[in-house]
Design a protein around this ligand. Structure first.
Ligand code: ADP
Ligand code: ASP
Ligand code: MG
Length: 472
């Protein structure tokens, strides 16, 4: 079977972690699988690159950043290539080449002071280009031929810098041409996650956390048998384990549950990861590189059909609730349409929508970074309605969205009552609520400060700390 294996930032965060990642890839190859590795940047490197870009755009370029990146990667190379000076020198040369490019970009930026999304991608994508040669060297040291592959030669994307979308057909053609010869030679290619390139070859990124997405894009492009996401927790859990101490790992979930959880804030998977794998029905596993014996989570078509009701609780932070309200809105056609035209023009992604049945208020949730611009545009587009008093107010408020997710919530009575009961008895005010017609998700808007407590209250109320009792 062909397995595309992705290693996240913490899984390649040091020489020891990279050696372990290499061992996991080589082990699978030893069992007769063909393996393609996708690597993230070493942990925290992307943040550092993004900061460097913003600092440079303010006219400051600090050469210490280059030195810091060089030291971190060089130390790892020294350990990974101990005893093989030729390999060490070759990898260090590859790293220096990437750092030269990074330095030139930042230096240029510090002169022109204009950080475009395109330039930010070129800079922030450097982390994966630095990591791939290290992971390939570790695989060679573990006994298998391996070489780094720059995903700009493989993944063809749209020009939406900062959140590019893959173009499946050219990507499949390039992936086959670039990777199949290596795989057929018995190599384990190491492809840079997070990045791709436009048809003209300009580097793009798939959005923060996008290496998971790279893995499923490549899995689909290569018709892989499975996609394995190696991370730092035991798979997809009933809640974020850093927020809910007794969160449990789920052995099996469906594609729809996985994408719902990812979309509603479970950082363990980038929110677009599931789609390419789902289209080709490729099973996805989420595994813990710090605890590889744990079976993790398998994502499949059916999921675990024996568990009724809510399976997991998530939260999305740094979002804002935009509310358009006024008693005069009732019966005036087109206000909702106008409002959403504005949101679409501003290219803001709407996470949830809710309208009270009185029609006196429509509200929706978008990322806080987009809120000021959307509110400004709404006030301009709805100026006449505001003047006439049909709309009294367009307001925004920093909030959090908490979501309860499960395929079999449909047809399970009493879920909403449990949700409100749990939040009510914890003294948490629900600002807005929305349930998709799929009945796979109930999302609630709560005050930012109440998010963690709301997640814990729901986790407790649905007894998610305990293994589910199978039903029918
Ligand atoms: P990687 O670097 O491997 O991509 P991430 O930090 O992006 O790892 O994602 C893993 C993290 O996701 C976990 O350490 C955990 O804190 C967080 N997380 C949030 N929600 C969940 C969840 N429901 N299940 C598992 N992990 C979650
Ligand atoms: N390195 C990128 C990030 O930190 C992509 C990833 O790790 O998935 O966002
Ligand atoms: Mg991640």
């Amino acid at each position: 079977m062909l397995i595309v294996m992705k290693f996240g930032g913490t899984s390649v965060g040091s020489a020891e972690r990279i050696a372990e990642a290499a061992r996991l890839a080589v082990d699978a190859a030893g069992k007769g699988h063909r393996v393609v590795v996708v690597t993230s940047a070493m942990s925290k490197v992307t943040d550092l690159l993004v900061d460097a870009a913003h600092t440079a755009s303010r006219g400051k370029w600090d050469p210490a950043v280059r030195q810091q990146l060089l030291e971190r990667h060089r130390q790892a190379v020294e350990t990974l290539c101990a005893g093989n000076a030729a390999d060490r020198d070759q990898v260090i040369a590859q790293i220096e080449t990437q750092l030269d490019r990074f330095e030139k970009l930042c230096f240029g930026l510090s002169m022109v002071h204009e950080l475009t999304p395109r330039l930010l991608d070129a800079i922030s994508g450097t982390g994966e280009l630095l990591a791939a040669p290290l992971v390939a060297a570790a695989i060679r040291a573990a006994g298998r031929p391996s070489s780094p592959v720059d995903a700009t030669e493989v993944i063809v994307t749209t020009e939406q810098f900062g959140g590019a979308e893959p173009l499946p057909e050219p990507t499949a053609a390039k992936a086959a041409a670039r990777l199949h010869p290596l795989i057929e030679r018995g190599e384990i290619p190491v492809v840079t996650g997070f990045i791709g390139a436009t048809a003209d070859g300009v580097l793009t990124t798939l959005g923060r956390g996008g290496s998971d997405y790279s893995a499923s894009i490549l899995g689909a492009a290569l018709d892989a048998g499975e996609v394995w996401i190696w991370t730092d927790v035991n798979g997809v859990m009933t809640a974020n384990p850093s927020e809910v101490a007794d969160a449990r790992s789920m052995a099996e979930i469906s594609y729809s549950e996985a994408s719902e959880l990812a979309y509603y804030g479970a950082k363990v998977l980038h929110y677009k990861t599931i789609l390419p794998a789902f289209r080709k029905r490729i099973p996805v596993r989420i595994l813990n590189s710090f605890n590889p014996a744990h079976p993790g989570t398998r994502v499949s078509v059916e999921g675990d059909t024996s568990t009724p009701g809510v399976k997991a609780v998530t939260s999305i932070r740094k979002v804002s609730l935009i509310a358009i309200s006024g008693t005069g809105m009732q019966g005036i056609p087109g206000i909702v349409a106008k409002a959403f035209d504005v949101v679409a023009e501003q290219q803001a992604n709407v996470l949830m929508i809710s309208q009270a049945s009185s029609e006196n208020n429509i509200c929706f949730v978008i990322s806080s970074s987009e809120a000021p611009r959307v509110v400004r545009a709404l006030r301009t587009a709805l100026e006449v309605e505001l003047l006439r008093g049909h709309i009294e107010e367009i307001a925004d408020q920093a909030v959090a969205v908490v979501a309860a997710v499960g395929d079999r919530m449909r047809g399970t009575p009493g879920i909403a009552a449990t949700v409100f009961g749990a939040l009510g008895s914890s003294g948490i005010n629900v600002i807005a609520i929305s349930q998709g017609s799929s009945e796979r998700n109930i999302s609630l808007v709560v005050g930012e400060d109440h998010a963690a407590e709301a997640v814990r209250a729901l986790h407790r109320a649905f007894h998610l700390d305990r293994a589910p009792v199978p039903v029918g």
